[in-house]
Design a protein around this ligand. Structure first.
Ligand SMILES: NC(=O)c1ccc[n+]([C@@H]2O[C@H](COP(=O)([O-])OP(=O)(O)OC[C@H]3O[C@@H](n4cnc5c(N)ncnc54)[C@H](OP(=O)(O)O)[C@@H]3O)[C@@H](O)[C@H]2O)c1
Length: 330
């Protein structure tokens, strides 16, 4: 039977303005980096997308290389879109990116005009879309003039293949430059997508300020440190978890005793405020006034439900914030 989204899907989700622009994103968005590839269950992927949309998650984040194999997450998303979500296209914000290795030779990687334009054409075919809502330069290319990379993004908007453009993993300094080039071209930089979680706070000293000054939105990826900031690894590396999979980007070596000691203390603190650690980690990244969205990943419907429920308590007492700082510093 055809999928029908629940009527109440917009009743509880919070939507936040993306920087100074008109587009609003859900406070929790879903990324398809892991668990949506050719190696994964299409039925689980389908269930994750249905439940997410029913919970008000309107934004699904992809990239050319998500899989494995590369491209297969876009293909699977395209299938689910065609079979179930086609009537809802105008209720969805679908993003893709190019910047990491995608095909052989000098034109399948980094930030040239050749690569970005060819890659978005491939992504659109894989997803069966006429346009993406947001297209990103996935990483700064130190060997291509920023003018060229930003010029390619501007061109794609003018062609109607992307409604908005963004950048990901750019330093504060390069973000400022990119935003200025895009502004001159007449295509604003909508959003930045950096990594941000309790164990990686590189955006705090400069990037957040630059984004505020430039009016650029911020959607942070891996707010749960790929699952480390949850109860997943408290006792062992469970079968089926990201760290247990050969293709998972979280490696067992990343789960050090030092990190686990902090995770256990953070877990206790979360329980004291009526949250799971995953929920506290989501709320913690969303505490910045200019934060647009927490971009989570999930391998089960229950994880999405739990993470969205974090929105029921986004406020932190001063004491809680001090305790988190003390645990992270310890
Ligand atoms: N721009 C970039 O360079 C870049 C880089 C990385 C990611 N991203 C984007 O960010 C998205 C999210 O990244 P991420 O998947 O690393 O995010 P994450 O939310 O930090 O980690 C997701 C993983 O955490 C575990 N998890 C989630 N909710 C849980 C819960 N309630 N309880 C216990 N475990 C839970 C699951 O691990 P298990 O699978 O083990 O269950 C899940 O796969 C990606 O899909 C992608 O769209 C962008």
């Amino acid at each position: 039977m055809a999928y029908q989204a629940v009527k109440e899907r917009y009743d509880h989700m919070q939507y936040r303005r993306t920087g100074r622009w008109g587009l609003k994103l859900p406070a929790v968005s879903l990324g398809l980096w892991h668990n949506f590839g050719g190696v994964d269950s299409l039925e689980t992927a389908r269930a994750l997308i249905h439940r997410s949309f029913d919970l008000g998650i309107t934004h699904f984040d992809l990239a050319n290389n998500y899989g494995p194999p590369p491209g297969s997450a876009e293909e699977n998303f395209g299938r689910i879109l065609a079979q179930d979500l086609r009537p809802y296209r105008d209720e969805l914000i679908i993003s893709s990116k190019a910047g990491y290795h995608m095909w052989a030779g000098p034109y399948g990687d980094w930030g040239s005009r050749k690569y970005l334009i060819a890659s978005l054409d491939q992504s659109l075919k894989r997803m069966g879309l006429e346009y993406v809502d947001i297209f990103y330069s996935h990483r700064m290319d130190p060997n291509t003039p920023l003018d060229e990379t930003m010029g390619a993004l501007d061109h794609l908007v003018r062609q109607g293949k992307a409604l908005y453009v963004g950048i990901s993993n750019y330093s504060a300094e390069k973000t400022r430059e990119a935003a200025q080039i895009l502004h001159q071209l007449g295509t604003p930089c909508l959003i930045h997508q950096p990594r941000y979680h309790m164990f990686d706070r590189w955006i705090e000293p400069d990037l957040l300020r630059v984004l505020g000054e430039e009016g650029i939105g911020c959607i942070v990826f891996s707010p749960l440190a790929q699952g480390l900031l949850t109860d997943r690894y408290l006792h062992e590396i469970p079968e089926g978890s990201r760290a247990s999979k050969a293709h998972g980007f979280l490696r067992p070596a990343h789960i050090t005793d030092e990190k686990l000691a902090k995770v256990r203390r953070l877990h206790d603190l979360a329980l004291a405020r009526g949250h799971s650690l995953a929920q506290m980690a989501v709320a913690w990244v969303l505490r910045h006034p200019g934060m647009t969205s927490a971009l989570i990943g999930a391998s089960s419907v229950q994880q999405v439900e739990a993470n969205v429920a974090a929105l029921n308590n986004l406020s932190f007492t001063d004491d809680e914030l001090v305790q988190i700082e003390a645990i992270l510093a310890g």
